[in-house]
Design a protein around this ligand. Sequence first.
Ligand code: KG4
Ligand code: ZN
Length: 334
Amino acid sequence: MDKILTLGIETSCDETAAAVLCGGRELLSNIISTQIPLHQKFGGVVPEIASRKHIVNIMPVIDEAITKAGVELKNINQIAVTKGPGLAGALLVGLSAAKSLAYALQIPLIGVNHLEGHIFANFLSAPELEPPFLSLVVSGGHTALIKMTGYNDFELLGQSRDDAAGEAFDKIARVMGLPYPGGPEIDKLAKLGDPNAITFPHPKVTGYDFSFSGLKSAVLNFLNTAQMKNETINAADVAASFQKTVVDTLAEKTLAAAEEFKLDKIVLAGGVAANSALEKTLRTACQRRGLKFFYPTKILCTDNAAMIACRGFYQSLEKKFADLTLNAVPNLGL
Ligand code: KG4
Ligand code: ZN
């Protein structure tokens, strides 16, 4: 039997994306049309603008994904689309396109959880990866530790009680006058600074939950106080010290969970997985402990439809299909 072709569609935030996947792991195309420059002048994503832009982009992006894959629409066997979490109006654009195509082509539709998609990006970067493993998902909206025992079996060990790690990066960058999205900017700036220059409080939450709002406030207070006193700050030191506090917290909990649950593979996922300090810290710690470390290639870390197609493919193996009543679930959890 020929391998299944899955068309993936992702429009949960500010990227309009489509991808074609052959079988579970062979990526034929991965098209991402980013709206970042459009939202930059507002310092963050404007939901109304995001929805409008998705409407303009969605069909050309899908067309490009099909063409680049070297297939035709009639060859597609199933469509996987992000149903949440994300911006309601943005999600609805992808869902409408996916439902219309699935109906017209008379093929199955699969509703995908965006956060699960982030974890599945790793299967595309590392074809040899298989569950069980421990995954740290760090994105703009979520921070979570997940034990994955099978392709469709997840156990949430802990998550952020307030801000997500990416959110803290973005808010601090904004106050420092850096462009949106702030995560990559802080990452760049931190390379020029001393991570031990300033001691920010380590978030103190027991178990595997996280909290970043206290740390965020401490950094913002530091910046405000300096401004009020007319003191010049070393922005690179602030970026490096803040980043180190976040990275140490994430790494500490991840390594403790791997030990407690006897998992020897650690899988990093989500936009913040692109952070060079987080990647380096976890890689070094894993090497020391004899654990295997996985993280997606840069393009698969941030939002894309390849990861949605991959997640959808594994759902389809268990016949987890949706019907045309599939709706957006903006607050969908793990
Ligand atoms: O997963 P993602 O693309 O979108 C969501 O699902 O939220 O993650 C976006 C987040 C943003 O907060 C962005 O600042 C952060 O990922 N990010 C980074 C880096 N690259 C992206 N944070 C820290 N360092 C980076 N290099
Ligand atoms: Zn995401």
